[in-house]
Ligand binder design. Structure first.
Ligand code: DP6
Length: 355
């Protein structure tokens, strides 16, 4: 299967310089990817919403070189960032088989996130997706002859090898990743956009307001967290439940059942954090204010009957999900009751992107 992604470039048009650019959105998983095996194969299927205003813009500049090995420098907002370079080199190593031209150039990656670096929002998904799209553009310019659909598929395939969730950031809307028996065309190797025709209108105009509860580095990285799922006593059950949840979610997405959506999505978020707490060694990424916000949301829902739900990623921040029709009332509640739980009162208002 991987064979299809090996570059078919035959010409030696390598003595060129140039630049390509791409912009990729962040995504937030509704059914979580948590657990993987080599090489970046997920242990269960996942599905995410792609966001609109939280994105990474990347420009890949390249000049020919003669020496062997990879040469890549990363600039964040115009400043050389030594911290990212090892990650990109590891990424290059993983994808070298599929992009045989990587050693032929010296690269500069110029990248900018629409959200502050310190916000705790992961930039690896949007960043590696944008990077992968640039590399596919480069391959095309060197004589690659991929059709548009194949280019996106290859970008998603490459992005996955950089960071699992990055493969979903190549597309808009709801995006699925992971092979299963109930979704035709699903794959462990790349993500697939979920057909809009299968999604009720109410889910296409969802808001995601991200409460920045704790800005800064998390205590346990996602990579370490995924590894802790190996030999985890509840791992198999978690993987099975995630796949079952995805299957249930597809029915909910079609029917427009908001209450069922919220129940399932919140259950997924809690399961993710529950398995973290039961890892060995155990760890907790929620902060006291994360927990306080969850209680507030449940209370508000009970009092108003409005459809305000939450999901969490691997950190302390809370993603508030709600339909457009209820945004006005809910956003007043966020400003008056939830903003105070955010570090420095910061939150990011975003909406789901259906392209
Ligand atoms: C909790 O994609 O960041 O956000 O593959 O090691 O780079 P690596 O991990 P990463 O994990 C994301 C985990 C998650 C859930 C999700 O996005 O599905």
């Amino acid at each position: 299967m991987e064979q299809q992604f090996i570059s078919r470039i035959t010409s030696s048009r390598k003595n060129v310089s140039g630049r390509f650019s791409a912009k990729s959105p962040s995504n937030i998983a509704l059914v979580k990817y948590w657990g993987k095996r080599d090489p970046q194969i997920p242990t269960n299927s996942s599905i995410s919403y792609t966001l609109t205003h939280s994105f990474t813009s990347t420009e890949l500049r390249f000049v020919p070189k003669q020496s062997a090995g990879f040469d890549v420098k990363v600039f964040l907002d115009g400043e050389l960032n030594e911290g990212f370079a090892p990650k990109i080199r590891t990424f290059f190593k993983r994808i070298a088989n599929y992009c045989p031209f990587l050693e032929d150039f010296s690269f500069e990656v110029h990248t900018h996130n629409s959200f502050p670096h310190s916000s705790g929002i992961a930039s690896s998904a949007s960043g590696l997706s944008a990077m992968a799209i640039c590399l596919v553009q480069l391959e095309q310019s060197l004589g690659g002859e991929l059709l548009e659909e194949e280019q996106l598929k290859k970008a998603s395939f490459l992005a996955r090898l950089g960071s699992g969730s990055a493969c979903r950031s190549v597309y808009h809307g709801l995006v699925e990743w992971g092979e299963n028996s109930f979704m035709k065309g699903s794959s462990d190797l790349y993500a697939t956009p979920y057909p809009p025709a299968e999604i009720h209108e109410v889910f296409k105009t969802f808001h995601d307001t991200i409460l920045l509860i704790h800005e800064g580095q998390k205590s346990v990285s996602s990579t370490v967290g995924h590894n802790l799922m190996n030999n985890h006593p509840y791992a198999d059950l978690r993987f099975q439940l995630a796949n079952e949840n995805l299957q249930k979610l597809l029915i909910i997405l079609k029917s427009g059942d908001l209450a069922a959506f919220g129940e399932l999505v919140e259950h997924e978020a809690m399961s993710l954090h529950a398995v973290m707490m039961m890892s060995s060694p155990a760890y907790i990424l929620m902060q006291p204010n994360t927990v306080a916000v969850l209680h507030k949301i449940w209370e508000y829902r009970q009092q108003t009957g409005l459809h305000l739900f939450f999901t969490l990623d691997a950190g302390a921040n809370v993603h508030l999900l709600y339909p457009s029709a209820e945004a006005e009332a809910i956003e007043t509640f966020i400003d008056t009751e939830l903003k105070g739980f955010c570090q420095n009162g910061n939150y990011i208002k975003d909406v789901v992107n259906f392209g």
